[in-house]
Write a protein that binds this ligand. Structure first.
Ligand SMILES: [Zn+2]
Length: 508
């Protein structure tokens, strides 16, 4: 692990003194000092002390040749720099990038921050609308969907009919399908018009979850969806996943509704099946992450459910979190007594500081996340504004789950060069990259985030060493037990070596 030097003011003070001493240097000494600063900063950055073998150096040369070409072109033509625009504008075009294609093939370790309802995108969800048993009601402003044996007994502005009949009766099936597809995505052609502020973005984002809820929670669909999601993550060269789930209640065609414990059991069943089919896959674990916008009584009920799941499936449940829009939800401080009392029972992986605000209850969530002993922090977007917390995170070695595309799409930042990830990487903070809700914005499980981070936030000079360290970090900061972590690292090293040995620059 390359934790090259303690984060803190001391190293900065040394450099301040060094710069003062530059007065009166001869030219050669001046250039030497300048080179030393550059060299030391590059060693200080995340992955900066990782060393590359001969074959890795060949891969790195290819990767960096393409990266420099892309970045240099944008430096000279900033109006064409994709990552200064909205993700929806460039998401399709980055897939043609040679850097992107290399990143797609690179073993990326684990995805540690993803929400189960948004793992797969609109194309997948559209296919589910052809599964028999689906009823639909097209209202004036909404579409309701439900799998059922009989016409659903749910109030609706229009008429319930089977999806098969709706398509057969439609005069324009293409238009019907387009309307349905829009129901399953937050991607739009004109994001700057549709999403002028975080308020509109979050309104649509929350609606996305209610839209997909009824179609995904039909039990057989849920199990297949989760299996297919793991498959897609594996194809994106991810070997392990930690899922956050609100544990939605699953249902059957006859109207039977199960408890959330059954949802957790469904996970365990699917993970077992998937690992049997793909023995190279390490698996998946669950972080129970219900909504934060609740009262203390409901939080007690959440904690009790977490206890029940842990008692029944200690191999599945690895921790607890609270989710939802942080600026408008309840801050952690409101639940501190209960969360402190339960901190010996659960590992915490709190979302905290997912905000542009400074000096508010939202960025102060970072204080509580750290004081409550969080093993990792979700987003930590506002962390760089809190120097004492930066130091605490470094010293306690708390993994920071950065989801750069999520932050851009959900209106925290536009130009990704301004994302705090650049500061975190420059200071060798314990970063892991993840993707949060890739299905909601139709991103690949992790490659899009790696690309945007690598080209749009990391230094132009950051190379394969950074990518390797990020992948290693994703396993290091995972909630796997010690023995499985060792096994995962061995499997990762094998995959990495195969990628390096098989690499052919002319393929890209
Ligand atoms: Zn999240």
């Amino acid at each position: 692990m390359s934790r090259s030097r303690p984060y803190g003011m001391s190293s900065l003070l040394v450099y301040a003194a060094l710069l003062v001493l530059c007065d009166g240097l001869n030219d050669a000494d001046y250039y030497n000092k300048r080179s030393k600063i550059l060299r030391d900063e590059s060693l200080l950055t995340l992955g900066g002390k990782t060393t590359l073998g001969d074959k890795e150096t060949i891969v790195n040369n290819c990767l960096m040749q393409h990266k420099f070409r892309e970045v240099d072109y944008s430096f000279d033509n900033p109006e064409y720099f994709n990552l200064s625009h909205h993700y929806f504008i460039y998401k399709d075009s980055i897939r043609k990038s040679k850097v992107y294609k290399i990143l797609k093939d690179i073993p990326k370790g684990a995805a540690l921050h993803v929400h189960d309802m948004a793992l797969l995108g609109a194309d997948y969800l559209m296919n589910l609308t052809y599964v028999p048993g689906l009823y639909v009601c097209f209202g004036v402003n909404d579409i309701l969907l439900k799998f059922s044996n009989t016409k659903p007994n749910i109030s609706c502005e229009g008429q319930w009919q089977t999806m098969t009949n709706a398509r057969a009766a439609s005069k324009n099936v293409t238009q019907l399908n387009e309307k349905l597809r829009r129901h399953f995505t937050i991607v739009v052609n004109d994001p700057d018009v549709e999403y002028p502020s975080i308020k509109e973005t979050w309104t649509t984002f929350k609606k996305f979850f209610s839209n997909v809820h009824s179609i995904l929670t039909y039990r057989p669909i849920w199990e297949q969806y989760f299996y297919d999601a793991l498959k897609k993550f594996r194809e994106d060269n991810i070997m392990y996943v930690e899922l956050r789930s609100i544990l939605p209640q699953l249902y059957e065609l006859d109207g039977t509704v199960y408890s959330s414990l059954i949802t957790a059991k469904a996970y365990r069943k699917v993970i077992k099946r998937f690992k049997k089919d793909y023995p190279d896959f390490i698996g998946a674990k669950l972080i129970y992450a219900p909504a934060r916008n609740v009262n203390q009584t409901t939080l007690d009920a959440y904690l009790q459910l977490a206890r029940d799941i842990k008692a029944d499936m200690p191999d599945l449940l690895v921790g607890f979190d609270l989710v939802g829009e942080e600026d408008t939800g309840n801050p952690l401080i409101e639940f501190v007594k209960q969360l402190r009392a339960a901190s010996t029972e659960f590992d915490y992986f709190f979302h905290a500081g997912e905000t542009d605000w400074f000096g508010t209850t939202t960025d102060e969530n970072l204080i509580d996340a750290i004081l409550l002993g969080a093993k990792r922090i979700g987003h930590a977007y506002a962390l760089i504004k809190h120097p004492i917390l930066m130091k605490e995170v470094y010293e306690r070695d708390i993994g920071l789950e950065v989801n750069i595309i999520s932050n851009a799409v959900l209106s925290l930042v536009r130009d990704t060069r301004n994302h705090p990830l650049s500061v975190l990487l420059a200071n060798n903070m314990p970063v892991v990259l993840s993707s949060d809700d890739p299905g909601a914005w139709e991103a690949e499980p992790l490659t899009d985030d790696f690309y945007v981070a690598f080209v749009g936030a990391a230094s132009k000079l950051s190379d394969l060493k950074l990518l390797k360290q990020l992948a290693v970090n994703s396993l290091k900061y995972s909630a796997l037990d010690r023995a499985t972590k060792v096994e995962a690292m061995t499997k990762f090293n094998n995959k990495w070596n195969k990628f390096i040995n098989d690499f052919d620059c002319s393929k890209y």
